[in-house]
Ligand binder design. Structure first.
Ligand code: HEC
Ligand code: HEC
Length: 359
């Protein structure tokens, strides 16, 4: 009980500051800084023009529907805390990410300004409806894109407890009624009745059980003298797929055999804090000090393996940079860490502050 209570305290302590209203208009300098942050941190998946679907089926960030229903709170929560279990990581410093509250606020306001519509500030009251009817509607009209369990296929994971805990019923309902202009998500107000829409919204809410945003107890990343795993051992004998990819099975065997290599985790650093392959070093896809990194890495042909979430975009971008710097024997984990976990291979899990403070 006590542990849960502390976890909730932590949740409120971290969620409240991010939800402060952002009213003032951005100055030209702030707008330019936000645009640069967007290109550095977000364009990899959401695309340079916020069009979405560049990698990992990241949604569009330029639909009027998203901005109207989601600005500011829902958008800032998503950027700050991510959607655990999806490739959308947490970017707030509290969670081990790179952005301060002020930078997240600036980025959210910039996203709104690009679309140029005013937010609706929807009610935060729950939507009630017939859950059984909603389940039938879901199976018939939604599952083909969002997955039988709402796990997301080509569309967002709307049955994901983390996503549901961060978003209100009215935010979901707005997307269902009005669709998301410019995307595959059409407006169901044209084909479903009000009861059916309320039912499917209430049905989604039933899946939001038991998720709490816990503030991680941040760990210090390994120093450069610990980049090489098993420095005295021999190199693994990797046979690359398509000249670039190493399979989880082969990486796991090499780790078990304690072979010499470097493992780089290229996801946003908050994801490394939550769980990573033991021995990996966080070098996120937006990392910039390559001169320093390359100086710290061995240049004797030691294998350097990069991995990311699901499965390869961020890892490929870091791998590409390392190859430009002339490093040999670099490879990308084919299945990504999600595939790695699905195959049953282990990860090292971070602690939360709640775990540290509970007796
Ligand atoms: C590694 C890929 C990746 C990166 C990088 C990334 N996102 Fe996402 N983002 C996603 C995915 C995938 C989703 C949808 C997750 C889901 O719910 O299934 C998402 C969802 C979102 C949403 C919710 C949109 C909606 O329709 O509700 C917002 C807002 C968002 N991202 C903003 C950002 C911003 C801002 C950045 C940069 C700071 C960023 N993302 C970086 C992959 C990414
Ligand atoms: C043809 C595929 C498709 C179907 C069918 C579909 N959706 Fe979607 N849905 C999407 C896509 C793609 C998005 C993300 C659009 C974007 O880029 O903003 C989305 C977004 C959403 C969102 C917003 C999620 C978020 O992360 O903000 C909700 C809620 C949603 N859909 C619910 C439903 C429900 C309920 C149904 C059935 C009544 C349904 N969808 C049917 C493709 C689909």
């Amino acid at each position: 009980m006590r542990k849960k209570f502390i976890a909730w305290l932590v949740l409120f302590a971290i969620l409240l500051p991010i939800s402060e209203p952002s009213l003032a208009a951005l100055s030209e300098a702030e707008s330019a800084a936000a645009a640069a942050d967007y290109q550095k941190y977000c364009a990899l998946c959401h695309g340079a023009d916020r069009q979405g679907y560049l990698n990992d089926h990241a949604p569009s960030l330029r639909s009027e529907s998203l901005i109207r229903s989601g600005f500011p709170t829902e958008i800032k929560y998503t950027i700050g805390y991510g959607r655990r279990g999806t490739p959308m990581g947490a970017y707030s410093e509290e969670m081990g990410g790179p952005l301060s509250r002020a930078e997240i606020d600036r980025l959210a306001r910039w996203l709104k300004d690009q679309v140029g519509v005013e937010p609706l500030h929807l009610s935060t009251e729950p939507v009630s409806g017939d859950i059984d009817l909603g389940a039938t509607i879901y199976a018939g009209h939604c599952a083909q894109c969002h997955g039988g369990q709402g796990e997301g296929v080509t569309a967002p994971a709307i049955g994901n407890p983390a996503m549901l805990s961060l978003h209100t019923d009215e935010f979901l309902k707005y997307a269902i009624e009005n669709g998301r202009d410019g995307t595959e998500m059409r407006a169901f107000r044209e084909t479903l009745s009000a009861d059916e829409i309320n039912g499917v919204t209430a049905f989604l809410r039933t899946r939001a059980t038991g998720w709490v945003a816990e503030q991680p107890a941040l760990q210090a990343p390994p120093k450069s003298d610990r980049y090489i795993l098993n420095p005295d051992a021999s190199a693994p004998d990797f046979k690359l797929k398509d000249g670039r990819y190493v399979l989880s099975e082969d990486l796991y065997r090499a780790l078990q055999d304690k072979r010499r290599m470097v493992l780089l985790d290229t996801r946003v650093t908050s994801m490394w804090q939550m769980a990573h392959i033991a021995g990996s070093v966080p070098i996120p896809y937006y990392y910039e000090r390559y001169d320093q990194l390359v100086a710290d890495l061995p240049d004797d042909g030691t294998w350097i393996i990069t991995y990311c979430e699901c499965p390869r975009a961020a890892a490929e971008s870091v791998n590409e940079r390392l190859r430009e710097f002339g490093l040999e024997n670099t490879a990308v984990l084919w299945e990504g860490i999600q595939g790695w976990v699905t195959l049953g291979y282990p990860v090292s899990v971070g602690q939360t502050l709640a775990e540290q403070t509970s007796p």
